[in-house]
Ligand binder design. Structure first.
Ligand code: MLT
Ligand code: MN
Length: 299
């Protein structure tokens, strides 16, 4: 199994068009610091078989950027695009509109996400004149057989009832936001991708400890970061993203289980978007680092 990191930024990207915060200004000065919206391409044993984990507003550029994902080698077009969603957030789903040139888009997601994307953001109505949108239910971890996608076993580990703001009044459900668990049945290798961790559970703890590769929510470094930077009146946790640092931060949780992870979904307020920031050093000592754009992980 191969994971291609297509992007590592939270909603808005880095730099965000309307923001002159230090992280964004740094990315404008140093283009290598730019980050696209977080998402992955995952390949199974057959290199031609792949799926997207989330479809971001940058998806067309992200596909174009990786030669293995471009059409060619005997096929003039990419006819079917398989997409697996962690949630219904706009930064993870607007790319479905950009994929409309495909003959068919196959989407796997949990039940509340399907409801949001068919009723509150009526993608079937909008996309019907362009492409064939086919929905598949993404099985929950520990609740039956995982889905088989690109030769890999894929399931959703429910993380929280964090709803997108456009569907904030929908009823609570534990699988509004999920981690994707991907397992290669041929090798037994496994990966976990969780870009929005609102709270920690024993099951998440266990699954992180047993995965070979973990890509985890690194939106905010500190709990008060959104307030302090004027992004929101809410704290990081209230926005559905546990901070990295602090007594209840993810770094402390990961230290306890000795897990090594890559942080993704970084917000432009996060000091870690500056590769020279001193805060990297303590985290590196714990085996925790920030995922790089275009990183490829072979498992
Ligand atoms: C989130 O991760 O909390 C959302 O994507 C925020 C947003 O883009 O509005
Ligand atoms: Mn997001």
């Amino acid at each position: 199994m191969l994971l291609r990191i297509l992007g590592t930024a939270a909603g808005g990207g880095l730099p965000q068009w309307n923001c002159a915060c230090p992280g964004g200004a740094g990315a404008r000065r140093h283009p290598t610091r730019r980050r696209l919206h977080d998402g992955l391409a995952v390949h199974g044993a057959d290199p031609g078989a792949w799926f997207l984990a989330n479809a971001t507003p940058d998806v067309a550029e992200q596909l174009e950027d990786h030669s293995a994902l471009r059409p060619g080698a005997g096929q003039e077009r990419t006819p079917v695009v398989p997409v697996v969603l962690t949630d219904a957030e706009l930064d993870h789903t607007l790319g479905l509109l950009r994929l409309r040139e495909a003959a068919r888009i196959d989407v796997w997601c949990t039940e509340p996400v399907h409801k949001a994307l068919t009723t509150r953001l009526p993608l079937p109505d909008i996309l019907a004149p362009y492409t064939e949108l086919t929905w598949h239910e993404l099985p929950l971890t520990d609740a039956g057989q995982p889905a088989r996608i690109a030769g890999l076993e894929v399931s959703a580990l429910p993380l929280s009832d964090k709803r997108p703001r456009y569907a904030a009044d929908e009823p609570a459900h534990p699988a509004w936001s999920a981690a994707l668990e991907v397992r290669d049945p041929g090798t037994g290798a496994s990966a976990l991708y969780a870009p929005a961790v609102a709270s920690w559970s024993d099951l998440l703890d266990h699954e992180i400890a047993s995965a070979d590769c973990v890509l985890l929510d690194g939106t905010f470094l500190h709990e008060d970061e959104p307030r302090r930077t004027g992004v929101s009146r809410r704290t990081a946790s209230e926005m559905g993203h546990m901070p990295i640092e602090g007594r209840n931060g993810t770094a402390e949780r990961l230290r306890r289980i000795g897990a090594r992870v890559h942080y993704t979904h970084l917000n432009n307020t996060n000091p870690l978007v500056d590769p020279d920031a001193p805060q990297h050093e303590r985290l590196a000592g714990l085996g925790l680092r920030v995922a790089e754009e275009r990183m490829v992980v072979s498992l």
